[in-house]
Design a protein around this ligand. Structure first.
Ligand code: ZN
Length: 131
């Protein structure tokens, strides 16, 4: 299981997520924003990579262990979802509404990519931040 703790994410993401979650939940009081992943170990990433390739399931990533922004501590990426009346909701609508509060000059949203990844937010230029 990947970490779902915001403390395992980079401070840039921690700060923006806290603000975005607060204002979003004020605007939509029946919706709770949750984290589905912050840090993911390279081993867990390799398992995901194998899915849809050498293991059954739907292909979900082209990143091997150590290649994803989730594989660093603190993590350079977070994945979000929404809970409405105790049920997890993956509607495009919520992802789009939430993105308007999350995206800033330092944070990019996977919903804007060619291979759409709605839950995913990543720090721009994260590869240059690896020491
Ligand atoms: Zn992600």
């Amino acid at each position: 299981m990947p970490s779902r703790d915001i403390k395992d994410a980079h401070p840039i993401l921690q700060e923006q997520f806290a603000k975005a979650k607060e204002t979003f939940e004020k605007t939509y009081p029946n919706v709770t924003v949750i984290l589905t992943a912050t840090y993911r170990s390279p081993e867990e990433q390799n398992d995901l990579y194998a899915q849809g390739k050498t293991k059954p399931g739907k292909k979900v990533t082209n990143a091997k262990g150590g290649q994803s922004p989730h594989n660093f501590k603190p993590s350079f990426a977070i994945d979000v979802a929404f809970v409405i009346d105790t049920k997890v909701d993956w509607s495009e609508k919520w992802f789009k509404l939430f993105s308007t509060r999350m995206v800033n000059p330092k944070i990019e949203w996977g919903g804007q990519w060619k291979y759409v990844d709605y839950p995913h937010y990543v720090i721009k230029g994260w590869k240059d931040m690896i020491k």
